[in-house]
Structure formats: structure tokens, C-alpha cells
Design a protein around this ligand. Sequence first.
Ligand SMILES: [Zn+2]
Length: 424
Amino acid sequence: MQPDLIIRGANLPDGREGVDILVADGIVQVVGPHIPAEGRREIEAHGRLVTPPFVDCHFHMDATLSLGLPRLNRSGTLLEGIQLWGELKPLLTHEAVVDRALAYCDMAAAQGIQAIRSHVDVCDDRLVGVEALLDVKRRVAPYLTLQLVAFPQDGFYRYPTARQNLLRALDLGVDVVGGIPHFERTMADGARSVAELCEIAADRGLQVDMHCDETDDPLSRHIETLACETQRLGLSGRVAGSHLTSMHSMDNYYVSKLLPLIAEAGVSAIANPLINITIQGRHDTYPKRRGLTRVAEMWSHGIPVALGQDCVMDPWYSLGSGDMLEVAHMAVHVGQLTSLDAMRRCFEAVTAVPAGILGLEGYGLDPGCRADMVILEARDPVEAIRLRAARLFVLRAGEVVAQSPPRVATLDLPGRPGAVAFTR
Ligand SMILES: [Zn+2]
């Protein structure tokens, strides 16, 4: 039988070069050099990088593309962003949230993202965002896996109906239990919220992903409780701590005890470098802290670290375009992750690592995986990050769902070529 598709001459993220990928029935069937078959469609990769799709494991799709509604964030702080979002929330409608989310998903699909974990605010008795994003989840399912986290933005204890709304959201089909311990009234309430939310997840057999210690306060140590509760409740491998920015400012001795605890508990970390570098350190004069959590140090303890985008054009961040290579690029700079190995790990932190955190099935380029992939205008992961490379082809289950032209600049200079190549 003739295969549906063969991609010729691909470089893979693991370093293999010039391999062919044979696809039939939406599944990768064979990966190897010079496959002697003829596909119904053939795409010549010419030594470009073919990667499984990007995965954004931390996003807020209920707020995306709302920039300027009802006003802009003047201080640039997390707290003004939360206040501004609180002003917008009563004005939200189902249709407006769906429209903005679908517009963002178009952008994400074109950028080669095929799975997103989005937090959705449950501190709204109408649950407008929850119902809208459940609707969006069904509509985008053919081309994008959307996983939703019930997120008590205004505090699980601090907002009077947060608990009942969170449980309602889970009953409606929201997938993951969220939290925001550093926004509760006291450290003790924060710790208690972590314990209770982990219990809810354990009872229901769900994953946990909390905004955790998104502050510059070195004494914000809720990640310690999150690791402890993960171990106590047997949730190992099902819990992620998002942001963990306080770790940037923590005492080094304390961190030397903390990192092994996180590793032992099997908790993953999700850093959001675009947002962390923008929002943290706002109360500093100089020197200004960067706020990014300790990525390389967590790697050295075997803790999985993924990188998320968090925000695109919303109350917290005015920029963004669904570009996970931009996210990795920022991590390289802010975390000084500039060795070749560290840069490759940053690429994995926007592909394979978050795919593991989300528990995506059939992810990858091995035979038997679903034929979801992106052909980038770059030879390898490091060049992809350097150029924030064009997504020449985006495939879902072997079908092309998006294409972008290569980056070309023409030149009119004496004695020089007529065009410039950015790839090397
Ligand atoms: Zn977030």
C-alpha cells in the first residue's frame, strides 16, 4: 500500500541527520535513511529540523488578546495585573472569550503549538471563562490539545466562593487542579490551600499545577509544602509547580535542601521566562533581580523543567505571538543557559518535557507516534532558537495544517549576493 506521506532528508532533535519519515494512517511508521517507497505526498526537508510540535504548558487563554480592556497595566506588576483582570471579569461574555481564544489558537497552530495547558479563572460565580474554554477545547480538538486547569486567581481561601466554583469547574470537565498559595492572606493559609487542593486532586485522580511562589519574597516557600503533599498523597509525577520565582531570591543553604526534596517528590517545574523577567524585580531599585527560577540547578537534580509562555497580550503582558522559540530564547538569556547542551535542553523544555508533564499520548517521532510535527527553517535546535525559525510546515496526524514562507531578505549591495541566508 502506498504511504500517505514521506518527509525526506530530515534532521531530528536528537541529532540524527538526513533521515526519512514515512507516515500512513496519521501515524509515523518508519524513520530511517533512504526509505525505498513512494509517498502519495513527499516533502523534501533538505536537512532542516523536523520536530514534534511545540507544547505550551502554562497559559491563560481566558485572558489572551484582551490587552487594553478595560485599560493598560501601568505599574507592570503581577498585583496590578490581577486587579485589572478583576475589572475585566464582570464584562466578559461567552462569545468574546471564545472569539479571542479561537483567534489565539489560530496563531498558536501556525506557530507549531499543538498542545496547551491553560489555567482558567474560577473566581467568577458565572464561570464564564470555564464554560467558554470548555467550548473552545471541543472546537480545537482536531488540531490542538487543550488541557484546562481550575485556577482560583483571587485565592482559594481569599475569594469567598472559590472552593465551590473550583469543584463545579472540575465537575464540568476541567482537567487539572490549580492554586495560588502566595496570594492567600497568610503563609499558613497558603500552605493549607496547597494541602487541600492536593487532596482534591488525589480524591479525583487528577493532576495538580499551581502558580507557586510567583513573588520575589525569598521566604515564600510554598513549593516545599507542594513537594511534601505530593509525597504524602502519592501524587508523584502528577504535580507541577509553576513560576517558582521566589527560588531566585532564596537563601542558598535553604535551596540546597529544597531541590532534593522536589526531586524526591517527583514534582516538575514550569518557568515562564518572558513573564518572569518582565514582572519580577519590580519592587527593586538596582540591582534588579531577574526572578527566573533556578533552571540549571533543577536540571542538575534531575527535576523536569518546562518553559511556558503564560501570557499573550493580556493584563500582565503586552507582547507575545505564540512563539515557543521566543520563550526558549528568553530562557537562554535570562538563565545564562548558553552552553550547547543547555540550549538543546531549552528546546526540549518547549517540546518533549512539557509533553511529558501534560501526559500527551503518541507524542514524538518514533514509529507508532502520531504524525504531528513541525518542519523548521533551521538545521538543529540551537539554530532554531537563534533564529526563532520559520515554521515551514506544520503537520497534524500527517496532514499539513499550516505553512509559512522561508525568511528571505533581498540585497542590493555592490559586489554582494542578491539575497541573504540567515541559516548557516
Ligand atoms: Zn500563569
